[in-house]
Ligand binder design. Sequence first.
Ligand code: F6R
Length: 239
Amino acid sequence: MNIQIFDDVRTLSAELATRVLTEVRLQPSLVLGLPTGRTPLPFYQALRAAPAADWSLVRTFNLDEFAGVSPGSPASYRAYMQRELFGPMGVADENVGFLNGTAADLDAECARYERAIAAAGGIDLMILGIGANGHIGFNEPGPDLHARTHRAQLQPGTRASNAALFGGDVSRVPESALSMGMATILQSKAVVLIATGAAKAGVVRAMMNGRITTSVPASFLQLHPCVTVMLDREAASRR
Ligand code: F6R
């Protein structure tokens, strides 16, 4: 893993925005994998503030979406992405790949997503956050992991950390979600994982230096040949 440590979140986010924009300029039809959550918010802000780039050919696939939450709901990850990135950067709907948590058949929806990613030629650059429990996407720790896009049961801590999207009421956070699987993520050509804040320091250490284990799904990134881990000083404090 290539480790980069930054003085603060702002510098980290600006550097990642520069990397993404450089790749968009070099490869206008770049296929990006994208996360939601709190960590990438300053990165999306940095992209919005950056000099204009042509996003008309860029295609995106987000990692996950809540089951039972429609794309039009303000609590959906689809709505988050529209607010934070797709709307401001002018990413057209037809270039946005997203899981639909209200599809009639969720298993068929997961299979459709895998086909769509394959048809796009796979993901060129996957950007990930990491859960405090070591999840990537919604691949939660457990006795086993899923290779492909699947329906995932969310752990209590994961639901709690998403409560803000549901008016702070954790009981309204769905108990399940749809998520890319581990192989879907690991088949990306390049991966950048971002982690900020002291609360992530322990899991960052386990991910980078611990055993590869389903108890820390992010530890499987040790097997990928092209991973960059971008950390602020606090997240890097227990390496
Ligand atoms: C969200 C996602 C999750 C988050 C993780 C960290 O699309 O894939 O794995 O990246 O839960 O969330 P934050 O950044 O809110 O700590």
